[in-house]
Design a protein around this ligand. Structure first.
Ligand SMILES: [Zn+2]
Length: 230
């Protein structure tokens, strides 16, 4: 997954970007029209590489939806010079992108403009969160139907879950639909979370709100059915 700067780019998957990679400057906005073609290329490349799924929550990305799915692992507001560094790019869903925003993801933030582009960190230990290039996602995060939990107490897993809020309500809803989780199973998970004293508050709030929503929906359907049968 490496690009050579200012050279013809040959990628796997038969994709080639044959223009020089732009050299971003602090004053240049990400939305500048001059970046249009490389952004199209980035989206195509990573959508194949990531199987159209978000690098953080692993749910399918809605490409026609709101927002830009290109994600800078180290925020571009912190390190503008890595705006087009291939190792700093991935795709994420709108929700994860919004939650992560410009939170710091580097453990040792020592890189400055003087050693800029070429000094992108080279290994997993440099990052707080699960890095799509350096880490194996399933070694850090376990997705159990509805919830994400850190695998074997992984700190990176816990950080990623917290920074991207991987147990937020909209994601729980998506997972329920995507994994076709039954009402019975949701109740079981709900009870399990209630009993477990170590359940974080945001997880508890999310599952409680979701259970409430389901109950409202159920009562509404019952009412409609009852009125039809009158
Ligand atoms: Zn996501």
């Amino acid at each position: 997954m490496t690009w050579k700067r200012n050279q013809k780019l040959k990628y796997n998957y038969g994709l080639v970007y044959d223009k020089p990679i732009p050299k971003p400057r602090k004053s240049t906005s990400w939305t500048s029209p001059s970046y249009k073609s490389i952004k199209v290329f980035i989206k195509k490349h990573y959508s194949i590489f990531q199987d159209n799924k978000c690098a953080y929550c692993r749910m399918p990305i809605n490409f026609g939806g709101y927002g830009d799915p290109i994600e800078h692992i180290v925020p571009k507001s912190h390190k503008t010079f890595w705006m087009f560094h291939p190792k700093n790019l991935c795709l994420s869903c709108y929700g994860c992108n919004t939650k992560k925003r410009d939170k710091n993801t580097l453990l040792n933030d020592h890189v400055t403009y003087s050693n800029a582009y070429k000094n992108y960190p080279t290994n997993s230990a440099d990052f707080k969160i699960v890095h799509p290039t350096f880490d194996n996602y399933s070694k850090h995060i376990k997705i159990n139907g509805i919830f994400c939990t850190p695998k074997d107490g992984s700190i990176k897993g816990a950080n990623t879950i917290e920074i991207c809020q991987l147990n937020r309500l909209d994601l729980i809803h998506k997972r329920v639909l995507y994994n076709r989780i039954s009402r019975k199973k949701i109740n079981e998970i709900y009870m399990e979370k209630l009993r477990d004293t170590s359940t974080p508050k945001y997880e508890m709030d999310a599952i409680t709100n979701y259970a409430k929503k389901l109950a409202e929906n159920y009562n509404y359907k019952k009412k409609v059915l009852a009125s039809k049968n009158k």
